[in-house]
Write a protein of this length. Structure first.
Length: 391
C-alpha cells in the first residue's frame, strides 16, 4: 500500500519590476517642499508600494517612467502636419503617433541624431556650426531646447513621422534617490524631485515654456490617487555602515534626499555611531528642505551635528565646501577615527568642490602635498569610507 504525502505548496514567484514591467504605484502625497517665493521648485512625493514586494534599503533609488507633455506632443504633431491618430508601425507593433510621442521617445531635450541629420543631410547652417564648435557652446545652446526647436531650424522641412522618430532616442526612465526608511515609512517610498523648468523670455523661447520630462510630469500631471510606473534601482555602494560607525553626510539641495532616509533608519537601529549633516540651500525660509523634520532629528539627538550653508543670505555666496573648510579639523578627526563620508548631489561644481575641500583638509592635517592628499582620498574611497552618489 502506497501512502501519499502532501507536497508543500510552491512559493509564489517574486515579481521582478523593471522598465518593461513597472509597478504602478499609487500616489499618496504630492506636495511642494519649497516656498512659493523660492526660485527653486522641489516636491515631496509619497508612493504606496505596500503590495509591490519591493525590498529597499536607505541609499537605494527608484526609476520613474515619465510621460511627455501633452502640449509639446500636440505641437510637434501640428508641426508635422498629420493627424494625431496616424499609425506608426515598427518591429514592436503598431501605435498612434500621439501615443508614440507621449510614451516612447525623448522630445524634451535636443536629439544629437536629429541635430546631426539637420547639419549633414539638410545642410542647416545653425546645426552645422553647433556641431563644429566648442562642446560647451553646444551644451549652452541645448539647455532648455527640445525637438520642436530643432524642427523649427528648418521651417520648410516636413519629415514623415517615421523619419522623425528614427532620429529620436527612446524615452528613458529618470532615477531619483529614495528619501525614506523602510522601517519608518513602511509600505511607502518617498521621493524628493526637483522640477526643471525653462521659462520663455523676450530674447529666448518663442513664447514657450519648457521643462524636464519626468520632473514636470510629477509636478504638473500627477495627483494623489494617480499611479506612477516605477521600479527599484539598488545602489549597493551607497549603503549605511554598521550602527556604531560615525557618518558624515554632505547633501546640498535635493542631495539631502538619501540622508533623510539614513537619519530615520539610524533612529531605529540604535548603536553609538554619530551623524553629521552638511546641507545647502539658497534661503533659510524658502529652500531648506525638510527643515522642521531635520531640526527635530537634531533636537532628539539622532542628528549629532548640523551645518547648513545659505548661499544667498549674505553678499558673498557660501556653499557646503566653505562650511567644511571651517570644520576641517573635526572632519579630519572623524575620518581618522573611522567615519564614512557620503556626498550626494550635483556631479559638476558641488562634487568637485567637496573633493577639493577634502583634499585640502587631509593635506593640512597630515602635512601632505596635493598629490599625496589625493592618493589618501583615493584610499578612503577604496576602503568604502568616501562614497558618492552624484549626477
Amino acid at each position: 500500500m502506497t501512502v501519499e504525502t502532501e507536497r508543500p505548496a510552491r512559493r509564489a514567484k517574486k515579481v521582478r519590476w523593471s522598465r518593461r514591467n513597472p509597478y504602478e504605484a499609487r500616489v499618496v502625497e504630492n506636495t511642494l517642499l519649497t516656498s512659493p517665493e523660492s526660485d527653486k521648485e522641489v516636491r515631496h512625493l509619497v508612493l504606496d508600494v505596500a503590495d509591490a514586494g519591493l525590498e529597499y534599503e536607505p541609499g537605494d533609488a527608484v526609476s520613474v517612467l515619465p510621460t511627455n507633455s501633452p502640449e509639446l506632443v500636440a505641437a510637434i504633431i501640428a508641426r508635422l502636419g498629420v493627424p494625431p491618430e496616424t499609425e506608426i508601425t515598427d518591429r514592436k507593433g503598431s501605435q498612434t503617433l500621439y501615443n508614440a510621442l507621449t510614451h516612447g521617445f525623448e522630445i524634451t531635450s535636443v536629439s544629437q541624431y536629429l541635430l546631426d541629420h539637420l547639419a549633414k543631410a539638410l545642410g542647416n547652417p545653425v546645426a552645422a556650426a553647433l556641431l563644429d564648435g566648442d562642446r560647451a557652446e553646444l551644451d549652452a545652446w541645448s539647455r532648455g531646447r527640445d525637438v520642436l526647436d530643432l524642427l523649427n531650424l528648418e521651417p520648410d522641412w516636413a519629415p514623415t513621422p517615421e523619419a522623425l522618430l528614427a532620429e529620436l532616442r527612446p524615452l528613458a526612465a529618470r532615477t531619483y534617490s529614495i528619501s525614506s526608511s523602510p522601517n519608518v515609512h513602511a509600505g511607502t517610498i518617498h521621493l524628493t524631485p526637483a522640477t526643471v523648468r525653462h521659462f520663455a523670455t523676450e530674447d529666448w523661447g518663442d513664447g514657450r515654456d519648457r521643462g524636464g520630462a519626468a520632473s514636470t510630469y510629477l509636478a504638473d500631471r500627477v495627483e494623489p490617487g494617480d499611479t506612477v510606473g516605477i521600479y527599484l534601482t539598488p545602489n549597493k555602494s551607497f549603503r549605511l555602515p554598521e550602527p556604531d560607525t560615525d557618518i558624515i553626510m554632505i547633501g546640498p539641495g535635493t542631495g539631502i534626499a538619501p540622508f533623510r532616509g539614513f537619519l530615520h533608519e539610524r533612529a531605529t537601529r540604535g548603536g553609538q555611531g554619530r551623524n553629521w549633516l552638511f546641507h545647502g540651500a539658497r534661503h533659510r525660509d524658502h529652500d531648506f528642505l525638510y527643515r522642521d523634520e531635520i531640526h527635530a532629528l537634531h533636537a532628539d539627538g539622532v542628528l549629532d551635528r548640523l551645518d547648513v550653508a545659505f548661499s544667498r543670505e549674505q553678499e558673498e555666496k557660501v556653499y557646503v565646501q566653505h562650511l567644511m573648510d571651517g570644520h576641517g579639523e573635526d572632519i579630519y578627526h572623524w575620518l581618522r577615527d573611522g567615519a564614512v563620508l557620503y556626498v550626494c548631489g550635483d556631479a559638476d561644481a558641488m562634487a568637485k568642490s567637496v573633493d577639493e575641500a577634502l583634499t585640502s583638509i587631509i593635506a593640512a592635517h597630515e602635512n601632505l602635498d596635493e598629490d599625496a592628499a589625493r592618493a589618501r582620498l583615493d584610499e578612503l574611497r577604496a576602503e568604502g569610507r568616501y562614497r558618492r552618489d552624484v549626477y
